[in-house]
Write a protein that binds this ligand. Structure first.
Ligand code: VG1
Ligand code: CO
Length: 543
């Protein structure tokens, strides 16, 4: 029998979060769990009969087994074709590009991104639409709704499909094409950036380290940075993907990318350092002894993108997620281009990019990207930085000092309180929300509150409204505190507090962020009553 219709029942909790459905791997491996969700995606998007899908993931534990199941289900549901990265590997931006390049009807990306991987860690699955971007809320709502009513799924009874050999084959009437995960993506990068100039930069003795964090960008970085651009062998650190990311946490920030941070602050630090996350869509940028916050990186790239061939005509506009610092707003203003503020998560940038309203977008969580794909793109950001460094011949520190001298500096930090009891975290947000109407005009820790509200977003393209997207408090003299709960975690709740202080005094542009943010941090803790509400005193991660 080539195809089976399997009886099932709804499984609770299959609601996609900030970026797809993320759960413990063991949960995804429970009977029917993955199958229910995949069938709900297929049903939620109106069926996949005759459609072409791109499938790939970040290579974490369970990637290959999940792909086998997805392919058998796609065949049974009548898909015309699946295009798969060799051995099931595709970085998130490469998958987005492939969907667009092949004019596919969408794709399934297997990843829990920056969350750790392995049998005891996390797994995830996300649907991207025909524009190559993460499904909008309207679509994820339909998928979720379907998970609550599902009673059967379809799966082909088929032998193991070979996903390691390049080329085409057919299973149960569906075409399966295995493609090299790097080639098309590398060709796109070559179109956007001046590779000759970057090659000359490396030939002149410029040094860098790229930490792939044992995750998906290893093969991409080896091919592009070392083999094509001539960076010295050994430039790429931790470049072999492993199913559990070498036992690490593939989140490119100063805490988890410690190997790189130590090198960048060592005696023989290279000129430039960068890292990417599990699925290759995030980037961390570091100069010699000089960490660049993602919000500042977005501002710098906005100011200088025109130096790269792909952006030589300038930018039509930019967008940032609400908690991201307002550094980019200041640059956009000076360029006289629009700057949009969206909720957290890349799915909110898609409409703006599709409508040609913005060229660059970014998030404080180390995500930057442009209209070349519909996902954030780690290596792209690194290459844009390299292109700018090659043209300006300035150091990272000098570029940042110039940016701050021109636009002021937005001191910025995010404090994460992880694995907090979910009821307590929610109670804290509820209490804070209740205070909002009376906050304006009051003083907290000596700082005058100018506005306090809960962010809601009206999409200017499709008119949809997204509410409850984070609480933001603005104080006089450019201080701001934002509070929200993470939508990507898999245990308890993670409270994120985002702190910002704008400084324009030329004598105060080189303070330590910790000092510059002290007052607003105290105010944020006082306002939220975090310690009393959650029993927590110190954040787990400060970035
Ligand atoms: C986090 C980040 C958000 C990002 C999301 C997905 O979400 O804050 O900016 O878009 O992760 O990134 P949350 O809800 O946990 O704050 V990735 O690289 O994990 O796909
Ligand atoms: Co990611």
């Amino acid at each position: 029998m080539p195809m089976q219709i399997v009886r099932t029942a709804p499984i609770e909790g299959q609601k996609p979060g900030t970026s797809g459905l993320r759960k413990k791997t063991a949960v995804f491996k429970r009977p029917h769990y993955l199958e229910n969700y995949v069938q709900s995606i297929f049903d939620g998007i109106g069926g996949i009969e005759g459609k072409v899908l791109v499938v790939g993931g970040d290579g974490r534990y369970f990637n290959d087994d999940a792909i086998q199941i997805i392919l058998r289900m796609a065949a049974a549901n009548g898909a015309a074709k699946c295009i798969i990265g060799q051995s099931g590997i595709l970085s998130t931006p490469a998958a987005s590009h492939l969907i667009r390049l092949r004019k596919a009807d969408g794709g399934l990306i297997l990843s829990a991104s920056h969350n750790p991987g392995g049998p005891n860690a996390d797994f995830g699955l996300k649907y991207n639409g025909p524009n190559g971007g993460p499904a909008t809320e309207a679509v994820t709502d339909k998928i979720f709704e379907r998970t609550t009513t599902i009673d059967t799924y379809k799966i082909a009874v088929s032998v193991e499909i070979d996903i390691d050999t390049l080329g085409s084959q057919s299973i149960e009437g569906m075409d399966v094409e295995i493609v090299d995960p790097v080639t098309d993506y590398a060709a796109l990068m070559q179109k956007l950036f001046d590779f000759d100039n970057i090659r000359a930069l490396f030939a002149s003795g410029f040094t860098m380290h790229f930490d792939a964090m044992h995750a998906v960008t290893g093969p991409y970085a080896h091919a592009i940075l070392e083999d094509t651009l001539g960076a010295a062998k050994g430039t790429v650190l931790n470049g072999t993907p492993s199913p559990d990311f070498g036992g690490g946490h593939p989140d490119p920030n100063p805490i988890w990318a410690k190997t790189l941070m130590d090198k960048m602050h060592g005696a023989d630090a290279p000129d430039f350092g960068a890292a990417s996350d599990g699925d290759g869509d995030r980037n961390m940028i570091v100069g010699r002894n000089n960490y660049v916050t993602p919000s500042d990186s977005l501002a710098l790239l906005t100011a200088k993108a025109h130096l790269a061939p792909g952006y030589k005509d300038g930018l039509v506009g930019v967008a940032r997620s609400m908690p991201t610092s307002r550094a980019v707003d200041r640059v956009a203003k000076s360029l006289d281009i629009a700057c949009y503020e969206t909720p957290t998560g890349w799915k909110f940038f898609g409409n703006l990019l599709d409508a040609g309203k913005v060229t660059l977008c970014g998030e404080e969580s180390a995500g930057t990207g442009s209209d070349h794909v519909r996902e954030k793109d780690g290596l792209w950001a690194v290459l844009l930085w390299l292109n700018i460094l090659a043209v300006t011949k300035q150091s990272v520190a000098d570029l940042m000092a110039d940016l701050w001298a021109t636009h002021g500096r937005c001191y910025y930090s995010r404090h994460d309180y992880e694995d907090v009891d979910a009821d307590k975290a929610n109670a804290m947000i509820v209490a804070l929300r209740a205070k909002l109407p009376l906050l304006a005009g009051t003083k907290v820790n000596g700082l005058m509150v100018e506005t306090g509200d809960e962010f809601a977003y009206d999409d200017p393209v499709d008119g949809s409204r997204s509410e409850g997207q984070g609480i933001r408090i603005s104080f006089a003299q450019g201080a701001r505190a934002v509070f929200r709960l993470s939508g990507t975690g898999t245990v308890g709740a993670t409270i994120r507090i985002y702190l910002e202080q704008i400084e324009t005094d030329p004598d105060k542009l080189q303070l330590s962020p910790e000092d510059a943010l002290k007052e607003v941090q105290i105010a944020a803790l006082e306002l939220s009553d975090l310690a009393a509400m959650t029993g927590r005193t110190d954040p787990d991660v400060i970035t």
